[in-house]
Design a protein around this ligand. Structure first.
Ligand code: NAD
Length: 515
């Protein structure tokens, strides 16, 4: 394995424009308020996707005893954290948000370097994470229940939200700060304690975010960070008796496993999984705007977003013109080192994801899709040592093709031509996923009809399938998700149980109710 490391070696993309922080030699777990060296004998290298000769530290594959220690720390911190008033718990998040703001550029550089999205995209992600933490801080002051009229005299019926206990937060690599924040912030403000297992591909962003939470005044044991493989550490958390809920974001394959295993012990499980998001273009759409949105959704973050636009469903009448506009936008994408100024699309995150994308380029060829742009890896010059794929567009894709049905998670767009609005909606819904969708039209009637009929948890009208705001619920339908929504005030629901209270203040003992 190639060693050192970033600080001793410049990436092949030549001159780089952003300062690069120095990575740790080996990542440490954070248990009971202490940064502790793992006892693991096996590590996974954190490899830069833009230059695979560069290793950004070693990630320990933590042992079962270390997972037990992290859970024990969360369990022993729970009673005091539960008793901490919710507005005071929120104040911790206010301080965390402030530190995230102070460190935005540093976090963005780390994120871009280890994950591969461009510095600008990474900055956007850090800002989103900060917004979420800020918004959730306020939930500490808003987390009320309901008062309910009783059938009985002098009886007060009301609800309160109670925390669950120690919970596990298991996250993917593609939004390595926003997704942890949108799980950790509501879990903490609701009074739970946490064992956080980030993706092994993006340990550095996770570690820095937790360092800043520590600096914000996190009491020992309230959040514990443990590095390791999903099949060992993640699985152990799902099966651990002291863990009262699992909030998981990741692939359908792993999510199904987590949900099934959790169900065996009636564990509360939240799963946010894959997407195959459609953007529908009708004949009255502003085609320039629709093409901008499609290119942004398909190629932004290298297509590695659960909300990426992977299908453009276009009515025949405007399809030729629309494809021309798309091809022009694909040509303008500058692929390269994400920390270099002027680069607008980075690499696939690792060799596994890269090979998956290349496999789908072969599948598209075999299926007879018509290549409009890209369709190949980039391996010359500055691209020689990274996982770079050209932004790719296929036209003439039919709804039954694999590239129209399966999540690719790369910069690959399928254009599906349809005769009218009804067929467009049918095709849009004809996949197992249901995360995000978009409609480009100026017809208000068809806009509302689309909202009625589309089977996705997020619906955009004349805006891209990607993006969302911290205060609005986020999540999918069908194969994309189970459990309650994340982000917005509703995010707290997953991390709380509702207690219904009947308080009799008649002052007399009543043995039967009015019936
Ligand atoms: P993944 O399923 O491979 O891994 C996700 C996390 O689960 C990682 O931390 C991994 O270590 C862990 N894990 C793996 N095996 C496990 C097991 N047996 N038990 C418990 N945990 C285990 O997903 P990924 O490749 O990191 O992320 C990409 C996927 O995430 C894509 O499918 C994408 O669509 C999805 N995603 C969904 C959303 C959403 O909100 N719907 C957001 C981002 C990403």
């Amino acid at each position: 394995m190639s060693t050192p490391t970033a600080s001793s070696k410049e990436p092949a993309a030549g001159k780089t424009d952003r300062p690069r922080p120095t990575p740790p030699a080996r990542y440490r777990n954070y248990i009971g308020g202490q940064w502790v060296e793992s006892l693991a004998t096996k590590n996974a290298p954190n490899v830069s996707p833009a230059d695979t000769r560069v290793t950004l530290g070693q990630v320990p594959l933590s042992t079962p005893a270390e997972v037990d220690a992290a859970v024990a720390a969360a369990a022993s911190a729970f009673p005091a954290w539960r008793e901490t008033p919710a507005p005071v718990r929120g104040n911790l998040l206010v301080r965390w948000a402030s530190l995230l703001t102070q460190h935005t550029d540093e976090l963005a550089a780390i994120l871009a370097w280890e994950e591969g999205k461009t510095f600008g995209e990474a900055r956007g992600e850090v800002l989103k994470a900060t917004n979420i933490v800020e918004f959730m801080a306020g939930e500490g002051r808003r987390m009320g229940g309901h008062t309910i009229p009783s059938e009985m005299p002098r009886t007060f019926v009301y609800t309160v939200k109670a925390p669950l206990g120690p919970v596990a937060v298991i996250t993917p690599w593609n939004f390595p700060i926003a997704i942890p924040c949108w799980k950790i912030a509501p879990a903490l403000v609701a009074g739970n304690t946490i064992v956080f297992k980030p993706a092994t591909l993006t340990p550095w962003t996770a570690m820095r975010a937790v360092e800043l939470l520590h600096e914000a005044g996190l009491p020992p044991g309230v959040l514990n960070l443990i590095f390791g493989s999903g099949s060992a550490v993640g699985d152990q958390l799902v099966h651990h008796k002291a863990i009262r809920a699992v909030s998981f974001t990741g692939s359908n394959e792993v999510g199904t496993h987590v949900y099934t295993e959790g169900a065996k012990r009636l564990l509360k499980v939240q799963c946010e999984l894959g997407g195959k998001n459609p953007l529908v273009v009708l004949e009255d759409a502003d085609l320039e705007l629709a093409a901008d949105a499609t290119a942004q959704g398909a190629f932004g973050s290298t297509g590695q977003r659960c909300t990426a636009t992977s299908r453009a469903i276009v009515v025949n009448h405007v399809a030729d013109r629309f494809v021309e506009l798309l091809a022009a936008r694909a040509k303008k994408v500058v692929v390269g080192d994400p920390l270099k100024d002027g680069v607008t699309m980075g690499p696939s995150v690792d060799d596994g994801q890269f090979q998956t994308v290349l496999k789908y380029l072969d599948v598209a060829k075999q299926e007879g899709a018509r290549l409009v742009a890209g369709g190949c890896r980039l391996a010359e010059g500055d691209h020689a040592n990274g996982h770079f794929v050209a932004p790719t567009i296929y036209d003439g894709v039919s709804p039954g093709m694999r590239i129209a049905k399966e999540e690719i998670f790369g910069p690959v767009l399928s254009v599906i031509r349809v005769k009218d609005f009804e067929e467009a909606v049918h095709v849009a819904n004809d996949v197992e996923f249901g995360l995000s969708s978009s409609l480009y039209t100026n017809d208000v009637n068809r806009m509302y009809r689309f909202v009625d009929l589309i089977e996705t948890g997020i619906v955009h009208v004349n805006s891209p399938t990607v993006g969302g705001e911290a205060q609005a619920p986020f999540g999918g339908m069908k194969g994309t998700g189970v459990g309650t929504r994340e982000q917005g005030s509703v995010a707290v629901d997953f991390f709380t149980e509702l207690k219904t209270v009947y308080a009799d203040y008649t002052g007399t003992k009543r043995t039967t109710n009015i019936y």
